[in-house]
Design a protein around this ligand. Structure first.
Ligand code: NI
Length: 173
């Protein structure tokens, strides 16, 4: 297991539509393990395979208040509910945060790392993370959802007494 470098804005691999995984073999298991290490080291709430340079439909999510890593292979959003405006960041665009619209709730189907079909209901931050990571797999970045350029902000350096701010901005990966 290893931490892999995270590709940043401008790298063409972030704009590729990732390919479906045909077979969950040992190289995919290895990729998943490395993605989990990379996500935790960043730290971030999620990571898509193209962020480590592999254009395959694999993503991992780990929520602060939920135990265990969610591994998604060939994920698809089945349904979206509601709309809300929120601040979002991305490990591939360090130092920025943007105000965009996301769903309140989503239903996603995917395979887990054992190949088992799973259906996930996500609300709030989990819904946001699911939409963010599945966007990555389609070559979409959160900045594509900005209504106007002035909705993108440089992330201010948090003062020592305001560490919350940094946590919020690194929520999504
Ligand atoms: Ni991201």
């Amino acid at each position: 297991m290893a931490v892999r470098p995270i590709r940043t804005y401008g790298d063409p691999v972030l704009r590729l539509k990732a390919k479906r995984v045909a077979k969950i073999d040992s190289s995919i298991q290895h990729l998943i393990d490395d993605m989990i290490d990379t996500m935790r080291a960043a730290p971030g709430v999620g990571l898509a395979a193209n962020q480590v340079g592999i254009p395959l439909r694999v993503a991992v999510i780990e929520m602060p208040e939920r135990e265990g890593v969610i591994t998604l292979i060939n994920p698809e959003i089945v349904k979206r509910f509601g709309e809300r405006i929120l601040d979002e960041g991305c490990l591939s665009l360090p130092g920025y945060v943007g105000e965009i619209k996301r769903s309140v709730r989503v239903i996603v189907k995917a395979r887990d790392r054992n190949g088992k079909e799973i259906r996930l209901k996500g609300e709030g931050l989990l819904a946001q993370a699911l939409e963010h990571e599945i966007d990555h797999l389609d070559g979409v970045l959160y900045v594509d959802h900005l209504e106007s350029p002035d909705k993108l902000h440089k992330q201010e350096r948090p003062s020592p007494e305001d560490t919350q701010q940094e946590e919020v901005a690194s929520e999504i990966a």
